[in-house]
Design a protein around this ligand. Structure first.
Ligand code: S3P
Length: 191
């Protein structure tokens, strides 16, 4: 079933949010529930370089990673309705934001800072958190990015106390409601 044909146009589901928000796992739940194809910008960038994200940062630097990330977005086909999982820093470039808006409904996975940090630091695969004080670094990054996420999100879902499946269900429910009222998109809420 397709829940989010807005004004007769196919629109993808774009997941944004901070490291640890659960974008990848929720994206996979959405994929299972909807059958829509999945694009994960981090995975595509890693495949292009033939190395992991930490290795890309290490060997080529963040700038090259960001360039590759934008290149991946430019190549996502707009006519195909898909689920797009993005890296937490995708909102840093204006060009990325413009592309994401064209691609579809932007869903911001949020959560309280402590929960996000605990999840993000579980695996040591976040190069931006390899600092002397990862907790402080995380806080600074989150503080700088929250307004950017808020600015472009069509939907916000708080993930702190929900399982990935529950987040996926909440997203689909919001999209259904949005679809029923295409003239009045649902504002960001804290549910
Ligand atoms: C980044 C988040 C990572 C990955 C890269 C940079 C960021 O993705 O793109 O390490 O700038 O927040 P996740 O959000 O999936 O951790």
């Amino acid at each position: 079933m397709r829940y989010w044909i807005v004004n007769g146009q196919s629109r993808s589901i774009v997941l944004i949010g901070m490291m640890g928000a659960g974008k990848s796992s929720v994206g996979r739940c959405l994929h299972r529930r909807t059958g829509l194809a999945l694009h994960d910008t981090d995975e595509i960038v890693a495949a292009k370089f033939g190395m992991s994200i930490p290795e890309i940062f290490d060997e080529h630097g963040e700038k090259k990673f960001r360039e590759a990330e934008t290149e991946v977005l430019r190549r996502v086909r707009t006519e195909e309705q898909t689920i797009i999982i993005t890296g937490g820093g995708i909102v840093l470039r204006k060009e990325n934001v413009e592309i994401l808006k064209r691609l579809g409904v932007i869903v911001w996975l949020d959560g309280d800072e402590e929960t996000l940090f605990t999840r993000a630091s579980r695996k040591r695969n976040r190069p931006l958190l390899q600092t002397k004080n990862p907790r402080k670094t995380f806080s600074q990054i989150l503080g700088a990015r929250r307004p950017l996420y808020a600015n472009i999100a069509d939907i916000r879902v708080g993930t702190s106390v929900l399982t990935d499946e529950e987040v996926a269900v909440a997203i689909l429910a919001k999209l259904r409601r949005m679809n029923a009222k295409p003239e009045s998109p649902i504002p960001a809420t804290t549910s």
